[in-house]
Design a protein around this ligand. Sequence first.
Ligand code: ATP
Length: 415
Amino acid sequence: MSEFREDEKDLEREDSELSQQESSKEEIEKTNLRLRLKELESRIKLLEAERASLLIEREHYLRDLEYMKRELEQIKSAPLVEATIIEILDDGRAVVHSSNGPNLVVYVSQALDIRKLKPGMRVALNQRGSAIAEILPKSQDVYVKAMEVIERPNVRFKDIGGLKKQIEMLKEIVVLPLTNPDVFKKIGIEPPKGALLSGPPGTGKTLLAKAVAGESNATFISTVGSELVQKFIGEGARIVRELFELAKEKSPSIIFIDEIDAIGAKRVDVGTSGEREVQRTFMQLISEMDGFDPLGDVKILAATNRIDILDPALLRPGRFDRIIQIGYPNQEERLEILRIHTRGVSLDDTVDLEKIARELEGATGADIKNLVVEAGLAAIRRGATRVSDQDFQYAKTIVLTRLGRTQNKNAGIFI
Ligand code: ATP
């Protein structure tokens, strides 16, 4: 009996051991499964991230492909020819001036509304040059860069030292016709269209032109001849045309062309394309000048320091037939310029402007302005609040050294 009980106990122990073993096996399996699940989850996350980055890459490749396709199309297509409309004909065709030379009579593409086309517009011709294919935007950028426009400049004749005779001439030639054209109409004469200011650099030609505009309450529109031919290659003639158009739009106005010798120098031959370009700009200027009304409210001033090389065509009656010479200021004029430029400057008692003016033989207005700035800077460097004679003496050495260099070039002006 007791043996039987022993066996039963053994069996029970075995059972419990077995069930224990089974439950720990289950636990292990569960843990394994959990681990596998975690592993799979992180793999899914990784794959999702990979997919997202591949999608982005695909997007980039598609964009690159589009770009390449467009580039290829552009490279394969023939270039259009740029032209300017001169006239719209009654039969629906147009006369254009093509950028590569001749005037052409062309058709207008059916896709364009012919009523939108106006003379002076920039258009593109098809590659055979037989039809207007596109209207191009005005290249405003170039004009904005090539011109300076000041509505009613605040410079007045009182801001100019010396140059009294020149101011009187300009009052008669430019200010009076702009402010009181009736005087000329009553007498029955035509005032000059403008004047040419001739003189060394820095003697106040631009300042004078701005003051004329200021005194006449006119818009000042200026451009520089050398820039028209060096910086805005191929655009010179058009810029000149735009210059006159803008002047009419903003009238009363004064056109000022600085360094006119760059476009208006005498030329023996016009062989190179650069020379032809200068010639075209020059011809445009002449035709614009001939075309405008001397009694109108646009006047033209130009400046040069090389009058000797100017084309005589430019100096004919009705063009720049009034030449105003501007020279280096004399002692009295230098003093006036000094007084103007030291108007707002705090000077101490040691400063004797007359003495300084005497010592500046050969200096231009620009040099004198420079001198005052240098003297002011010297005072600031000293920590002073007023400019002294010592500062002017220091500034003089700087300005005169600079002057010595330019004067040597102009031989004989510097003492
Ligand atoms: P450039 O031929 O180099 O263009 P410019 O003759 O036109 O020279 P401006 O540009 O008018 O000379 O002069 C430069 C500056 O010098 C002026 O802005 C002005 O401050 C000063 N200046 C020149 N002349 C005079 C003057 N007579 N009175 C007062 N300031 C003057």
